[in-house]
Design a protein around this ligand. Structure first.
Ligand code: C2E
Ligand code: MG
Ligand code: MG
Length: 768
């Protein structure tokens, strides 16, 4: 671009320079013509004036200088011809007339000849004629050369020229340096008849004198140079032996010369400003050259800047595109491949497996109870755990294998080829192993035990999605089988999934068509063995599958939101049943499980109030069971709602206590009445010191906080006696009674032997 721009500038400036040079030459020529014409005009003026003056002489041959001066004033000669300095009359005085001439000169002395005697001839001697100055009228202010009155001019160097003009009849131009003043004089012959006689003899016979007009060449030259600055002019005269040059003006360096021939031996030489060659001689062309180069440099610079900023923009776009592509294919939290990339990798893996006949497997991993960790320790800790799990999974596999995160707490491991040489179970075990080390998380005082359930799908599939889906199904089986294990996909599992899908569809109409019912599991006062209350447990009577357990459908109710109306129905139904028992004289507490979803909404307060008021159940007989995680979820709103519920007069129990991650001290902010110790601790109390110690601690804490304690899942006498030693208030479990239908409870109530202190049906019944 710079080269092209420079080339263009050079060509352009050359063309401009050519034009400029042409114009300069024209200007120089014009100037020369103008200057020389001024000069010619000046000469013309001299001739004109000579002719006029000649005419005056012819008419006034013996006029005095004063008369001539008057004539000069009258014709305004000096005004009309500013270059003319003086007008001189030289008379040709034959020897015969010398005395008369001298007498007239004495009578009318000329200012010009002041102080000199006309009788004294210079040079002296008798000659046929004398060329004597009659008078000289000069421009005022101009110092005239003073000559003696008898000065014979024809005997000076001017003589030959004067005599030549006599014979030719033409004026003579001559440089004059009389008395040291450099002047140009025109000498024109004056013939008596006024006209120029045709022959030399006639001319000689009729010549009476000459008119000399003088100009100072400097004046003419400077006049001629007016308006032509930077120009110099020289007048050159060459004739015979005379060779003279007048010059004016400063000759420019390397000036261009134009010569004009004025004939009669005169040349005018006009020196105009040098006509430069090339672009550097002209400001225009130079400006174009430099401007062009500068502009092309600037343009190139601009282009460069735009280009580089464009290329950096392109680079940025590439970078951003790469980033976006990476973001699109990777999980933002862990940086692991996301579902889209995992599916792509599965596709590649399946293709390789087909080509190379190598084994392929997808391991679908879901953390157990991750939701609880998130709810209790907060999302930061949850995120930290997910990142750490991702890292550990990455460390547990071969480089050629892939770990990805599908979202939430779901991870996928893809293994193939040699990774599966020892069998996929080995890979799964390694994963379960690396997770076995407790995690140190922010917000948790103690290292956290985290387990996972893994579903494995092996071998070819029609689509990547199919392999992933089978692994997912197997993972659910692992959860159902008790978590913290790996389960391989079997085609039969698909049927189970299909069944559960159908179940979900059926669930939507279950409430409407009355398929739900409640069973009641009694609770026992461990100190007295008395029947202290019942827990209402939801059941779903499915037309094909029979009675469905809550663990199989409550998650679906929660995720679909159906738990809200179903939960309200449970409350109403349980309160109604409790009130019925009360009316029949059996006064005991009725516990109702409240899901997290219900506790999240203020509607729970209204549902409870309505259930109580409609049934007429005494509020103090209603216990609401909430899990630790439900309480921790939105603690501020939860406390407010619990206080509203408490103000209705009901009691609050924490269900499955110990399985969550909150400390008991933290739970103090909630208005809690009862702790229900989870059955996992109860089941271990007889054989595990750890469980025994934990139950002991929980019970002690409960007592410090003034809470009633209930032990869940009491199945053996051993457990029961241990709990009695720990002074646990209440027991619940298969040892006392399984969840029972209303009829069975009725039967139980009616059949129970009345213990001492049993005051009829209005009192709790002993179960132990
Ligand atoms: P949960 O509230 O902890 O209820 C006690 C569960 O332990 C019941 O299971 C009961 O059958 C079982 N169980 C009682 N004693 C023993 C024992 O000695 N050994 C063993 N192995 N299990 C025992 P169920 O009825 O299957 O209920 C499971 C869970 O479903 C309940 O656990 C509760 O969280 C939930 N649930 C039940 N009904 C409702 C309901 O109406 N609403 C809500 N939101 N959740 C409910
Ligand atoms: Mg419960
Ligand atoms: Mg429980």
């Amino acid at each position: 671009m710079v080269a092209l721009g420079a080339l263009g500038s050079v060509l352009g400036s050359h063309s401009v320079a050519r034009d400029d040079a042409q114009r300069s030459r024209q200007t120089a020529a014009t100037t020369a013509v103008q200057v020389s014409s001024t000069f010619q005009t000046a000469i013309q003026h001299l001739q004109d004036l000579s002719a006029s003056a000649g005419a005056f002489f012819i008419g006034n041959e013996h006029a005095t200088e004063a008369q001539f001066a008057t004539w000069v004033r009258d014709v305004r000669a000096f005004e009309r011809y500013p270059e003319i300095q003086s007008i001189t009359e030289v008379s040709l005085v034959p020897l015969s007339q010398l005395s008369a001439f001298q007498a007239r000169a004495v009578a009318n002395p000329s200012l010009y000849q002041a102080g000199s005697d006309p009788h004294v001839l210079v040079p002296p001697g008798n000659r046929p004629f004398y060329c004597l100055l009659s008078y000289d009228v000069g421009r005022r202010g101009i110092v005239q050369a003073r000559l003696p009155a008898g000065f014979d001019i024809c005997k000076t160097y001017l003589g030959p020229d004067l005599l030549t003009t006599r014979d030719t009849g033409e004026a003579v131009y001559t440089p004059e340096s009389l008395a040291g003043v450099s002047a140009l004089a025109v000498g024109a012959p004056i013939y008596r008849a006024g006209t120029n006689p045709t022959s030399i003899a006639d001319r000689r016979a009729s010549l009476i004198g000459w008119t000399g007009t003088q100009i100072l060449p400097g004046a003419v030259l400077s006049m001629s140079l007016e308006g032509h600055s930077g120009t110099s002019v020289a007048m050159h005269y060459q004739s015979g032996t005379t060779d003279v040059t007048f010059q004016a003006g400063q000759r420019p360096k390397g000036a261009a010369l134009t010569t004009v021939d004025l004939h009669n031996g005169w040349h005018v030489r006009v020196y105009t400003a040098a006509i430069p060659n090339g672009v550097f001689g002209y400001s225009n062309s130079l400006a174009i050259l430099l401007g062009g180069i500068i502009v092309s440099l600037l343009l190139a610079l601009l282009t460069y800047v735009l280009g580089t900023s464009r290329s950096s923009a392109v680079q940025l776009v590439h970078q951003r595109t790469d980033q976006l592509q990476h973001q699109a294919l990777h999980d933002s939290l862990t940086g692991l491949p996301n579902r889209a990339l995992i599916l792509d990798r599965i596709g590649q893996m399946l293709a390789r497996g087909r080509r190379q006949h190598t084994p392929v497997a997808a391991l679908f991993l879901d953390l157990d109870n991750f939701k609880d960790i998130n709810d209790t320790l907060g999302h930061r800790a949850g995120d930290q755990l997910l990142i750490e799990v991702g890292n550990r999974l990455g460390g547990a596999i071969r480089d050629s294998d892939t770990v990805g995160r599908l979202g939430g707490d779901e991870f996928v491991v893809l293994a193939e080829g040699v990774s599966l040489d020892a069998g996929v179970q080995v890979v799964a075990d390694r994963i379960l192993d690396v997770l076995a080390t407790p995690f140190d998380l922010a917000g948790s005082d103690v290292p956290l035990m985290v387990t996972a359930s893994i579903g494995i799908a092996e071998g070819d599939r029609a689509t990547p999605e199919a392999l992933l889906q089978d692994a997912d199904i197997a993972m659910y089986q692992a959860k159902a089988a008790g978590k913290q294990r790996a389960v391989r996909f079997l085609p039969s599992m698909q049927e189970a999934v299909d069944r559960s899908r159908r179940l979900e569809v059926d669930l939507s109409s279950a409430l409407e068509i009355g398929q739900f019912f409640l069973m009641y599991q009694p609770t026992i006062d461990l100190q007295t063995g008395d029947f202290s209350g019942v827990e209402a447990l939801l059941r779903w009577r499915h037309p094909e599958r029979g009675v469905v357990q809550p663990n199989d459908f409550i998650p679906a109710l929660e995720s679909s939101g159906l738990i809200i109306p179903v939960g309200a129905w449970v409350l109403a139904e349980a309160c109604e049943q409790g009130a019925t028992w009360h009316r029949r004289g059996f006064v005991f507490a009725v516990s109702v499980n409240i899901s997290l979803k219900q506790l999240e909404r203020d509607q729970i307060v209204e549902d409870v109030r309505v259930a109580l008021s409609r049934s007429g159940l005494e509020p103090g007989s209603l216990i609401l069971e909430l899990t630790e995680t439900a309480l921790m979820h939105d603690s501020v709103g939860t406390v407010a709602r619990l206080l509203s519920l408490k103000s209705l007069g009901v009691r609050i129990a924490i269900d499955d206590f110990g399985t969550g991650y909150s400390s008991l001290a933290y739970l103090r902010q909630f208005p809690i009445d009862i702790l229900k110790i989870d059955r996992t601790f109860v089941s271990g109390i007889a054989d595990s010191n750890e469980s025994a110690a934990l139950v002991h601690t929980l019970v002690q804490l409960g007592k410090v906080l003034g809470l009633e304690t209930i032990a869940e899942g009491v199945e053996t006498d051993d457990q029961r006696s241990r709990l009695e030693v720990e002074r646990v208030d209440t027991g619940q479990g298969f040892l006392f009674a399984r969840p029972l239908e209303v009829d069975d409870i009725d039967l139980l109530l009616g059949e129970s032997p009345i213990r001492p202190g049993w005051a009829g049906p209005a009192h709790p019944t002993q179960m132990g």
